[in-house]
Design a protein around this ligand. Structure first.
Ligand code: RTP
Ligand code: MG
Length: 156
C-alpha cells in the first residue's frame, strides 16, 4: 500500500551475504515480531554501490573488510513497516558485534545468524533520516511509483 497508518514507521533491513541461507528463518522472525514487509529485493551489490551505501564509514579501518563482505554474495533489502520500526528492528537484531549479541541473548538475530563484528547477518537503519535515504536507495522511483510515505500525519 502507498500509505501507512498512524504510529507506523518504516525502516530498511538488509539480510547480508552471510545470512542469505537463513532467509526463511529471518522472514519468520520479521512476522513473529509484528512487522509487515512493504517491499523486498534481492541484489548483488557492486563495490561502488557498497561504498556509496556505507559512505559514512569510508574512513574507518573496517571499511575495506565491510566492502569485501557486502560484495561476497547477494543481499536482500527489506522495507519493514511497524510501530517504532527503526528502534525495534535494531533492538531485535542486537549489537553490531555478533559475539556481543550472543552474550546479550541467544534470540537476538545477530546472535542466531552472525559470526563476528563484520559478518553480522543483518542491517537496520539507525534514524528516520537514514531510513528514508536507505529505502530510496533500494526502492527509488526507478523501481516504480509506489513511493513510500514517511510522515504519518500528512500521508493518510
Ligand atoms: P548496520 O549499519 O549494518 O546496521 O550496522 P551497525 O549500525 O550496527 O554498525 P555500523 O557501525 O553502522 O557498521 C556498519 C557495518 O560495518 C561492519 N563493521 N565491521 N570492527 C569491525 O570489524 C566492524 N565494525 C563494523 C559491520 O558489518 C557493521 O554492521
Ligand atoms: Mg549503521
Amino acid at each position: 500500500a502507498r500509505c501507512i497508518g498512524k504510529n507506523q514507521e518504516r525502516t530498511l533491513a538488509i539480510i547480508k551475504p552471510d545470512a542469505i541461507r537463513y532467509l526463511g528463518d529471518i522472514i519468520s522472525a520479521v512476522y513473529e515480531n509484528g512487522f509487515t514487509i512493504a517491499r523486498m529485493r534481492m541484489v548483488k551489490l557492486s563495490q561502488n554501490e557498497v561504498m556509496y551505501f556505507y559512505s559514512e564509514h569510508k574512513s574507518k579501518d573496517f571499511f575495506p573488510r565491510l566492502v569485501d563482505f557486502m560484495t561476497s554474495g547477494s543481499v536482500v533489502a527489506i522495507e519493514l513497516v511497524g510501530p517504532d520500526a527503526i528502534n525495534r528492528w535494531r533492538s531485535i537484531i542486537g549489537p553490531t558485534d555478533s559475539q556481543k549479541a550472543k552474550e546479550q541473548g541467544p534470540l537476538l538475530l545477530r546472535a542466531r545468524f552472525g559470526t563476528d563484528g563484520t559478518r553480522n547477518a543483518l542491517h537496520g537503519s539507525d534514524s528516520t533520516t537514514s531510513a528514508q535515504r536507505e529505502i530510496s536507495y533500494f526502492f527509488g522511483s526507478k523501481y516504480g511509483t509506489n513511493t513510500a510515505c514517511y510522515n504519518d500525519t500528512t500521508c493518510c
